[in-house]
Design a protein around this ligand. Sequence first.
Ligand code: PEP
Ligand code: MN
Length: 623
Amino acid sequence: MKLILENKISQDQRDKLEAALEGDGCITREITDAGRNIICITGARVKKGADAYKQLEGVEDAVAISTSHKLVSREFKTEDTRVKIGNVVVGGDRIVVVAGPCAVESRDQAMAIAKEVKKYGAVLFRGGAYKPRSSPYSFQGLEEEGLKILAEVREKTGLGVVTEITSPAQAELMERYVDVVQIGARNMQNFELLKCVGKMSKPVVLKRGLASTIQEWLMSAEYIAAGGNTNVILCERGIRTFEPYTRNTLDLSAIPVLKQLTHLPIIIDPSHATGIREKVAPMARAAVAAGADALMIEVHNNPDQALSDGPQSLYPVQFGDLTRDLYVIAPVVGKQMDFDYLKKSEVIAKLGAGTAKTAAFTGENGAYSHKASLSYFGDDVTSVPMKSFRDIFNAVENGSVEYGVIPVENSLSGSIHENFDLLQEYDLKIIGEVAIRIKHALITHPGTDPGAIKRILAPATAFSQCRNYLEQYPDAELVPVKATASAVRLAKEAGDASAAAIGSSMAADIFDMDVAAESIEDNPRNYTRFAIIAKEYKGRKKVAKTSIIFSTGNKPGALFEVMKVFSQYRINLVKLESRPVLGKPWEYMFYADLEADILKEELAPMMEELKGKSEILRILGRY
Ligand code: PEP
Ligand code: MN
């Protein structure tokens, strides 16, 4: 049963309510969901129906939860749960990649693999110290010694560590040494172990049993949540079927099924699912495409000699190829593979008290720029809306916000020139970039029949991008507004079902509206690239790209001379754009994005040549 509390519930009413629920012998959990305070009451002794609870003071409504799983159900909590592990969040816009060997075999082995997987984008390290093996004669793990090695890996690399707990007797050691405990497939219904981790302070990766239904799996998650630990990540690792070509059968359809049934995040383990090295990457890519929040991949630097699961372990380089592919795939489903995840979080965490941990974007909540900010920063910073691009530049310059998120280019409509001019005008730095897919949705009032739509609100660009789809609504009035998020808000405020809007599904969520149709843009290759601006670089990370502006003398071949320098040093130019010099008609500056860190020592001679051949040369950012 889910009790929705009145917004104005007094402390006195709250105390009485709690006493009444306790008297009934209920297990209670309170959460905020979609801005409401909600109590879930469960337990063997909950016998009364919704009507009885509705009568209680301070309770606005009581709704029965129809599924057997309660606390972990989507009916109880509509918003996705985000499980925080240090600076890493499982369940947000950024794909979390967990990697490492099946078992910790030695200090050197664990450390070497950890460094490799970190280099390629893993943000958590896995390794078994207690191995549940089918044969008592197989390697059983280094036990406490293994846990100590994991703790050392964390200390040296900054990667949080995940390991399997096989008995309640290990709980104390696990609390001391690791960041996440894993319940292995063979223990999914070890109820004493579930109760034990339910009382632990660490997040839990709960693997699906070898032959368990999704329902049984959710009930095991419910055990953990009922114990008080709601930081549960569900891990699909393949189930046993009649098919012998793979070790198990990866049930990818569990992803959309779970997304509907539960608010818990999902991690996919393609290594145990397939058991075969070559099959791991294809299934990992498919998992991200299907909406997985995280991946757990076995990687070994010497798989032939591995003490367990060598044949399914990727070589580090193969793991690197995979994360590069994920980088490309993730934006298609509205997510990011963020190679700077840890560095970024570390820098933000280190910002002193009193520093604004905020990022400004233009428009209002639900705007694509808002989505870009969340994709880049996750929950580490607060995203704040601003009216104009110039407001953002001013706010970053005067320090009232730490970062700005500004669109610079759209794959269909080209550059956003205003921002190039502002980059020229202000002395700020580009510290990063993020590209998001612009996926438009037709957004209506809940339950609206499409025939009832008389007006559609959207900015002119969105109308032109959805021309084919809109042919279905020849009689609807197309009302131009400034931006997609304001279109959704205005449609909502219009209060009648005849008003619809075009915007992101995130805006629909924010304004409590329905997505009547998704991906209605004519061309799905619609991406916008955003630059992240700040007053200065903080911390140092690997630089893959440099943005510069330069001007050349007004003489024949001047631009060619500059280009020749890049060519000589084999530097790839990924963007070149000319803009008028502010206040100097008919004089031009060039913006260039280069695939190199041009301040690297070996490029010093190139910089010299470049300076000689350009009149002005400014580095806008290295990221
Ligand atoms: C493991 O992760 O190494 C493991 C033993 O997995 P599973 O429990 O899925 O077999
Ligand atoms: Mn394994």
